[in-house]
Write a protein that binds this ligand. Structure first.
Ligand code: HEC
Ligand code: HEC
Length: 362
């Protein structure tokens, strides 16, 4: 007895102690958690602090939160974001609430299935530089070591020593912990609260799930995206579609084609979850659509026609366009009902939780 007790204490200390219990409706599965990075209260607390901390970037210039703003459901209101050295990102920064349920991370990377693997890009990538840690690793580590809180937070979450790999894992845990199903739509469907949606929102929901509008084929299910993984799914549903935004996609980003080199994959992107979509403008992988009204017009037309500018052309004619994007006639009433439904997918209740909000603003 006297010999096993300290051992148990050490093990508990190294594995980050208490597992974090996610606040999910009973019938919904949790996200997949990698075996080598359990979701613990300590790792999430460490990840939370790192997420809001500019000291994690090479030049102490920007933080994750610079491009993932809580008030926009952790998306960026700029069409593309700007990295630590002033370089624009290729794509629009997506929201992070419920991102843990995607089968793959980023707009179009079929093999990046774990948040932890994806995070190497913003942290260490140089095309473009985002956080700009590469070449500045020692400076970043020294800053974390000199802080009054980090050494204890790291020790509690992962044991000694402080490392950037552990910082990445903690950020993975933090992002994975950002799950929430508390929108008016959830209150209506999961909790059966008949008054949670207005009549207009209910009509919009029926249109959304109808065969005329086709939205649900790509934005259906609990995640409102057909790209889905969770703890009860034996095989994740990996998905990418071309919605006819361009006749020829701009050469700097050809979507899934960038990974596969197959012409049929040009312009195919992961269908975004539509949760919180009212907060995450501008839209699409390159932030090239300003409003939800414009998004709906594009779908009604069966693709986007650009009459001027460097990418002028008829996106409806793209050979890789999905057969579900064929266009439809909609009345003004139907348009406004569909918009009302999309706005009823908003849920930022999570932001009130202390484990999510900015720890430097308390
Ligand atoms: C300079 C702006 C910028 C910074 C800084 C940044 N991100 Fe991002 N983030 C983006 C962009 C742009 C994308 C979309 C990338 C793509 O699809 O190719 C993205 C995507 C993501 C995704 C994938 C979400 C999804 O739906 O697949 C996660 C997770 C993420 N970022 C977390 C973080 C974390 C954690 C940090 C801090 C270490 C961070 N980001 C720093 C701009 C940024
Ligand atoms: C064939 C699959 C498919 C269908 C059908 C579809 N979408 Fe999409 N949706 C996507 C993909 C893929 C994107 C991202 C495209 C891109 O960025 O190039 C997207 C993007 C969006 C966006 C922008 C979200 C964001 O975060 O940028 C909204 C809003 C949206 N769709 C709503 C709808 C609605 C409403 C319908 C029905 C009228 C619909 N979609 C039908 C696949 C689909």
């Amino acid at each position: 007895m006297t010999r096993t007790l300290p051992l148990l204490l050490t093990l508990a200390g190294c594995s980050g102690g208490q597992l974090l219990a996610l606040d999910l409706p009973a019938e919904l599965p949790g996200p997949v958690v990698p075996e080598d990075n359990p979701l613990t209260e300590a790792s999430v607390a460490l990840g939370q602090r790192l997420f809001y901390d500019t000291r994690l970037s090479g030049d102490d210039a920007i933080a994750c939160v610079t491009c993932h703003l809580p008030e926009h459901a952790f998306a960026d209101p700029r069409p593309v974001s700007i990295g630590a050295h002033g370089d624009p990102t290729v794509r629009n920064s997506p929201g992070l609430i419920n991102a843990a349920y995607y089968a793959t991370m980023s707009w179009a990377s079929p093999s990046l299935t774990r948040i932890e693997d994806f995070l190497l890009l913003p942290m260490f990538g140089d095309d473009p530089v985002e956080m700009g840690i590469t070449g500045r690793e020692d400076a970043v580590l020294a800053r974390l070591e000199d802080d009054e809180r980090y050494p204890a937070l790291f020790r509690k979450a992962y044991g000694e020593p402080i490392s950037l790999e552990r910082a990445r894992d903690a950020l993975g845990s933090f992002v994975r912990s950002l799950v929430s199903f508390d929108s008016p739509y959830d209150h209506y469907t999961l909790l059966g609260e008949q008054d949670a949606l207005t009549e207009s929102e209910k009509r919009g929901m029926d249109l959304f799930f109808s065969e005329k509008f086709e939205c649900h084929h790509c934005h259906g299910g609990m995640h409102l995206s057909r790209s889905l993984s969770h703890e009860r799914l034996a095989h994740a549903s990996i998905a990418f579609d071309n919605t006819g935004l361009y006749e020829a996609y701009p050469f700097n980003d050809l979507g899934l084609y960038e990974s596969t080199g197959r012409p049929a994959d040009e312009g195919r992107y992961r269908p975004p979850s539509l949760r919180n979509v009212a907060l995450t403008a501008p839209y699409m992988h390159d932030g090239s659509v300003d409003t939800l009204e414009e998004v709906l017009t594009i779908y009604a037309d069966g693709g986007r026609v650009l009459s001027s500018g460097p990418h002028a052309g008829d996106g409806r004619a793209h050979p890789a366009k999905s057969a579900f994007v064929i266009g439809f006639d909609a009345t003004e009433q139907e348009f406004s009902d569909l918009l009302a439904f999309l706005r009823a997918l908003t849920d930022v209740s999570l932001l009130d939780e202390e484990r999510v909000s900015n720890p430097f603003e308390r």
